[in-house]
Design a protein around this ligand. Structure first.
Ligand SMILES: NC(=O)c1ccc[n+]([C@@H]2O[C@H](COP(=O)([O-])OP(=O)(O)OC[C@H]3O[C@@H](n4cnc5c(N)ncnc54)[C@H](O)[C@@H]3O)[C@@H](O)[C@H]2O)c1
Length: 327
């Protein structure tokens, strides 16, 4: 399969133009691509143009690529027309397995031979979606977060019949298009971020169901607590700092036994030597030479920056956060 070099891609097709597809359209337009969109809903074009118009001031504020223009959006009358010239296709249709399977089969039949095709699915493995495609090797998952024009992360993973080249190509293409990419080796349902979100979500539902916490308390426990750190330092490095100068090793020695306590309904894995070493070693790798003192200073700066940016330092007015979408 001969693909356009990721750095040379000019034409992108977006199939399905709701919240996520429309967000992808806005992102690709802002990065200077020619974008063709297709969505079967009768009011899809007006909705899409409204979404792009609403996003454009924010995209202009963070900086448009040279030549970026909303005029480079074409809304096609058919799926076949939308993907006819595409060098890359992003599918963002409703999360229904049968629908995705059929749609990806049709996109694969209509798109040029060298185009890589990505699905925005929130959780279906590509192995289950690529079964009808004539050339499944070019089908990958490219899972974004809402809104795709602002949240950098895309999780990329192939299915059993996906070519490794297509996965590598998609990861590189997203990077060139300004995204932050995690290329996953295994097709775990929900990928990484949604599994983590889902664990939190299910525990929150248990707590509401049992009258252990209210909705407001659950939200405040994150926005006034760990959420302030997670914007710039993940849960692993953050926990390493809970171990003081001893870092993650001390944290595990100290809190390891509480894995046996009923602090969550999710079962803990056995903290054996292998897991211990993987977590401690992973944190050392992530620290990339920074000492615990460096990380503490970074965390403190970050928390102050987040509090200031959201108007929550003493003396600032509170800026309420609003939004749609779970990922
Ligand atoms: N909303 C989120 O936070 C989020 C985040 C990441 C990924 N996703 C995934 O993105 C995909 C789209 O979700 P969404 O939130 O944008 O949904 P949505 O309902 O806002 O949009 C879906 C769009 O697909 C269109 N559509 C319906 N049938 C179609 C078909 N056969 N072919 C093409 N388009 C069709 C609809 O008209 C609609 O505009 C889903 O797979 C979802 O799991 C959603």
């Amino acid at each position: 399969m001969t693909m356009t070099k990721p750095e040379e891609v000019r034409r992108v097709a977006c199939v399905g133009a709701g919240v996520i597809g429309g967000g992808w359209v806005a992102h690709f337009l802002a990065r200077g691509y020619d974008v063709t969109a297709w969505d079967p809903a009768p009011d899809a074009e007006q909705r899409l143009r409204r979404l792009v118009d609403a996003a454009w001031p924010a995209l202009t504020r963070i900086g448009l690529a040279d030549g970026a223009s909303r005029e480079r959006l074409t809304v096609a009358a058919t799926l076949e027309e939308a993907v006819a010239d595409a060098e890359f296709v992003q599918e963002s249709a409703p999360e229904k397995l049968e629908l995705k399977r059929d749609l990806l089969t049709r996109i694969d039949a209509a798109a040029p031979a060298g185009a890589v095709i990505a699905s925005s699915t929130s959780g279906y493995p590509m192995t289950d979606m690529q079964t009808g495609a004539a050339t499944p090797g070019r089908l990958v998952v490219g899972h974004p977060f809402n809104p795709p024009y602002l949240i950098p992360l895309v999780e990329v993973v192939g299915g059993e019949r996906t070519d490794a080249d297509a996965v590598a190509w998609a990861s590189r293409f997203y990077e060139v298009a300004g995204k932050s990419v995690i290329t996953m080796k295994s097709e775990v349902p929900g990928f990484i971020a949604n599994r983590l979100q889902e664990a939190l979500w299910r525990e929150a539902l248990h707590m509401v169901a049992n009258g252990e916490a209210t909705v407001a308390e659950i939200d405040a426990s994150i926005t006034e607590g760990p959420g302030l750190r997670w914007a710039f330092m993940g849960p692993m490095l953050t926990f390493a700092l809970a171990g003081g100068e001893g870092g993650m090793a001390h944290m595990l020695d100290h809190f390891g036994p509480s894995l046996k306590s009923p602090w969550t309904r999710l079962e803990a894995p056995e903290l054996d030597r292998e897991l211990y070493d993987a977590v401690v070693g992973g944190c050392e790798e992530a620290a990339a030479g920074r000492t615990i003192a460096d990380l503490v200073a970074e965390r403190d700066r970050g928390v102050i920056d987040v509090l200031r940016a959201t108007g929550r330092l003493p003396g600032q007015a509170t800026a309420p956060a609003t939004g749609r979408g779970t990922e």
